[in-house]
Design a binder for this molecule. Structure first.
Ligand SMILES: *Cc1c(COP(=O)(O)O)cnc(C)c1O
Length: 474
């Protein structure tokens, strides 16, 4: 604090040292920046820098020489502020958590073929809704319908439409088939997907009334049977994606449910959540029903996500009996929930990888298929690159599939356990997150654990480098 003047007077003097925004923009160091990055963004940056400086002065934190110094550095500060504000906020991170379908980290990473196809289709005009044979208007569904029909096998009558996500798919199915009437669903299946977003609330928005039957752990076929009235329009089955009910449980089989529904003239809709197109038992994952299994069991419409086990972009699929899907696609809501050409292109290329049985071409599938041995070898190689004060050890552990797939299903893996003298595990994890690119790891029992299952092999060296520079960085 200056001794001889009252704070208000003193501040007024300091404020007068600051240039106006217009003066600042005429500064020869800033004028060319405004030319290059646009006057509006530069103006915003100049305002932000000056506002910060004024706040510092008002709080009495700066004296005369400090203000002079700040004024001399204004051009540099505006440029830094501008660079920062023009940086994308959404950026790639390295996922070393071992959670393959990590919702907070963007779920399935896209196949590069998917992105290539999206770029090719979306940066030009396309036949999205144009029939090249007839020269007339076409439907966007046709591009994917044939591929889904083929992959879902043994079910020639199946047809598929695509909407924004699985929540939208459930909403659309219920609104089309049960608006203003009742849907019977087991109490044990009403799941909360996370982010405090409840699927039952989405279902209610469809205009259907949920008639919950049974108890959380037990629902019998007779419970469904008793709940069916003249107002019932369908039976809903929801896959218990993100939780397991173990112990004293009971649930009718899908076949029994389908048999009951069809006997009473009702369709069955199944919200499968993750929806595998591939038999995951072939990669050692049990208990995750495939979309084809449900259709073969007689389910009329199955809904599932594009960016979970399927390994594609965010989307929601409705696959089912052709006439039911036709009703769904003529619902005006479909128009509001449909996806654009980017998603069609990315999904098409992902499905083509399935058709060619190129399962390593789909990153999420490739990661799930990696053996613990392979991951262990990479972890060992990474450990050998690390220098003191880091210590690293390769230990046994488990990767999680995530994304509401196969609750409780884990894959054996090897973890790189890191400790660093002088830093807590949480501090190490924080610094890794501040790396460029950010690295997200697990912290358990005072150690940082890295699971390379979800790390692309070319990122291993980047992780080693980030770890080795932890001690020199603040
Ligand atoms: C994940 C999931 C949803 C929501 O799917 P989104 O594609 O995220 O909208 C709905 N139901 C179940 C059972 C799920 O697992």
């Amino acid at each position: 604090m200056a001794r001889n003047s009252k704070p208000a007077t003193r501040n007024a003097q300091l404020f007068r040292r600051l240039p106006s925004v217009d003066e600042l923009l005429r500064n020869p160091a800033i004028a060319p920046i405004a030319e290059h990055d646009g006057r509006a963004a530069t103006l915003d940056a100049a305002h932000a820098v000056l506002d910060r400086l004024r706040a510092e002065i008002a709080a009495g934190r700066l004296d005369e020489p400090q203000v002079q110094l700040a004024v001399a550095g204004l051009a540099g500060a505006v440029e830094r502020e501008l660079r920062r504000s023009l940086q994308p906020s959404l950026r790639p991170v390295i996922n070393a958590t071992g959670v393959v379908l990590h919702t907070n980290l963007g779920r399935a990473p896209l196949a590069s073929a998917a992105l290539d196809h999206a770029r090719e289709v979306a940066t030009a005009y396309s036949n999205l809704e144009f029939n090249l044979d007839s020269g007339e208007r076409g439907k966007r569904d046709v591009h994917l319908d044939r591929l889904f029909a083929r992959l879902l096998g043994e079910y020639p009558d199946v047809s598929t439409v695509v909407v924004n996500n699985n929540a939208a798919a459930v909403l659309l199915a219920l609104n089309t088939l049960a608006d203003g009437s009742e849907v019977v669903v087991s109490r044990g299946e009403l799941v909360e997907i996370g982010g405090s977003f409840r699927i039952p609330d989405v279902m209610t928005k469809s205009g259907a009334t949920l008639r919950e039957v049974g108890t959380t752990n037990r629902t019998r076929l007779a419970d469904y049977e008793r709940a069916i009235t003249d107002r019932t329009r369908l039976i809903l089955r929801v896959h218990r994606s993100n939780f397991q009910i173990v112990g004293f449980t009971e649930q009718p089989s899908l076949q029994e449910l389908v048999e009951l529904a069809h006997r009473r003239g009702l369709p069955v809709v199944e919200d499968l959540g993750s929806g595998a197109l591939l038999d995951l038992r072939t990669i050692g994952i049990g208990g995750e029903p495939g979309v084809g299994d449900s259709l073969r069991a007689g389910v009329d419409v199955v809904t599932y996500s594009g960016d979970k086990l399927l390994g594609g972009p965010q989307a929601g699929m409705l696959s089912g009996r052709r006439e039911v899907i036709a009703r769904i696609r003529s619902n005006p809501l479909f128009r509001a929930l449909r996806v654009d050409k980017l998603i069609y292109a990315a999904l098409e290329a992902t499905l083509l990888a399935y058709v060619r049985q190129d399962h390593d071409g789909v990153p999420a599938l490739r990661m799930m298929r990696l053996s613990a041995h392979e991951i262990g070898q990479r972890a060992q190689a990474l450990a050998r690159m690390l220098q003191p004060p880091l210590t690293a050890e390769v230990i046994e552990g488990e990767s999680v599939i995530g994304g509401g797939a196969a609750p409780g299903a884990t894959l054996p893996t090897r973890l790189l356990a890191i400790t660093m003298a002088g830093l807590s595990a949480d501090e190490v994890a924080t610094r890794l997150r501040n790396n460029d690119p950010p690295i997200v790891a697990r912290v358990e029992e005072g150690r940082v654990l890295l699971d390379l299952r979800t790390v692309f092999p070319e990122q291993d060296a980047e992780i080693a480098q980030a770890l080795n520079s932890l001690s020199v960085r603040q």
